[in-house]
Design a protein around this ligand. Sequence first.
Ligand SMILES: Nc1ncnc2c1ncn2[C@@H]1O[C@H](COP(=O)(O)OP(=O)(O)O)[C@@H](O)[C@H]1O
Ligand SMILES: [Mg+2]
Length: 691
Amino acid sequence: MIIKSIKLRNIRTYEEEEVRLPEGIILFEGGIGAGKSTLLLAIEFALFGLGNEKGTTLLSIGKNSGSVELTLETGGKEVKVHRGLERGRRAGGSKAGSLHQGLLVPAGVKQSDCWIEVDGVRTSYSPSEMKEQVLKILNYNEPVDPKAKSVIFRYAVYTPQEEMKEILSQPPDLRLQTIRKALRIEEYKIAMENAKAIASDLRKEAEFIRKGTERLAEIQEEIRGIEERLPDREEGLQRLKAEAEMIEGEIGKLKERRGSLQAELLARAKDAEGIDRIESDLQRTRKEIADLEKKIETGKKRLEDLQARIKAIGPIIEPAMSEDEVEGMLEEAKARLSGYDKELGRLKADLENVKTLVMKGYCPTCNRAIDGAEYAAHLQEAEAKYEKVRMERQKTAEEIRDLERARKEIAEYAMKKGQLKGLEETASEVEDGIYDAQHRLGEAKEREKELSERKARAEGAAEAYKAVKRECEECEAQITKKEKERDGILSRKAALEKEIAVEKERLADLKAEAERLEGERRRAERLGLHSEWLVKYLAAALERIELTVMNAVRREFEEEFSKWFSYLVEDPSKGVRIDEDFTPLVTQDSYEQDVGNLSGGERTSLALAYRLALNRVVQRNSRIGADLLILDEPTDGFSKDQIGKMGDLLRELGLRQAVIVSHERELEGAVDHIFRIQKEGGRSKVQAGSS
Ligand SMILES: Nc1ncnc2c1ncn2[C@@H]1O[C@H](COP(=O)(O)OP(=O)(O)O)[C@@H](O)[C@H]1O
Ligand SMILES: [Mg+2]
């Protein structure tokens, strides 16, 4: 790193100032209190912040804010680093200090507006982030400690004025510690201690882990137990599976059988169906048969009876005359008879008359006596005549009797004929009835036969139905039994499976645990080995390395130290070396000389030589390169001669940039560039001068 420019605003005695720094040896020269050291402090502040210093040491009294902007070149890049300072507000809002017992107490000052610009790209950071970034940019490999500035910077680049000689008077152990820290030798010790601490931790952890693996034997025992048990259980499970499968097969067959039985049952039920109706049909048909048979029988009897009656009527002969003819003849005969009767009556009366006359012997009419003889002849004649008519009448009466008989016979014939006709008609009807009944009987009998057959069939089916039903029920019962058996096996199987699963899970867990514990045991072993390695090899090696490095560094340091000392003090009788804890020792003719007895110039030389040696060794050890060195009043108490040597000495260092702050005007001749610092009216001003 080299510094290109520094810009100050309200820093101590500076209001606004910008200084551009060239390469080479630069001198900031000015009177006491001119503001020289302020520039250097500002550089360190811009880079690393305040450390454990207060902001009030830098911010100008009476100002509320200030800043430092540093432009540097590092690793071939230009980097701008900016930090601000701001006076915090106090209660009451005033930024200025408050009065305390009549004195103005400065208000607290905080860092603000921190940023870094690399290749023109600006990034803002918090103060601590900023320090981390700067360490990174400068390639300073050191831990970030917010309470301190950079150790490497302090030893390799810049030593504040008051610390220049301090190193000589420091207590040895503190000095050694400082040097060890600066040379990073402390890190070996820290590493060694860490290694030992880690080894102890590892040993403890290994022991802890090993304790944790004590259960391993027990677990392995349990694993063996389960592994021995498992095959038997698996076998048992296979057996149960086979059994269950077999029963399942049987159940399947039974179910198949049940299916066919149920189908048969259905068919049988269909066949047996309607048996009651068949029965009632059959009863009705049978009654119908009986009725018909009775009817036929009655019909036959009736027919027989009718035939007997027909027979009883016998053959009938048709009369020779018709009824009309007979009637006509009868009427004529009756009329004749009535004529005869009338004639007879008249004849009789005549006869009577004659008889009376004969008896009286006289004629009543004429009262004349009658002739006896005449009257006898008259009476005879009259009697003959009467007889003749009476005969005739008798003959007619007989004729009427015959005719009436004939008429009766005709009526009788008509009556019989009518009777016969009626009987014959009835017989025919009865015969028809019988014929019809016989026909129906035939049908009924046929139906009866058919119904009987159906009934027999249905009864057979019902019988078969019952048998099949029984079989079906038996089958069902068997299925239930088998299923129960199977369920028993299945639940045993399930239980066994669960048991096996639990065992297996347990086994897996145990194996995993065993594996883990095995791993843990190996880990414990490894940790033990690591612990041993850390103590026996690493810590020992670190110790050796530390010693070697320390010796090398001391040798290197001593070389540099005596080189720069003899450069400054040209007294061959005087020499310098360092002891174990880097305490500088001066020898005068091989005698040790007390540092307190050295002259002021010698003391400054000793301090500067020590500083330069430290500087170079740190630069080399931290590999940051030897490009910049800043020295504040390095020549205090030097003789003119010694001051004159400073130029050569600085050039001998081979730096790109050396910044020397001094009040010694004599140094002007030894440097490449001069800046004069003057304070006017309390304000510092920097002016470039010529050498
Ligand atoms: N906070 C501050 N504000 C203003 N001036 C300060 C502050 N702190 C210190 N000073 C003064 O700044 C001046 C410059 O100091 P310094 O740079 O150390 O001088 P020198 O040039 O001798 O190295 C001194 O007079 C000092 O008292
Ligand atoms: Mg000073």
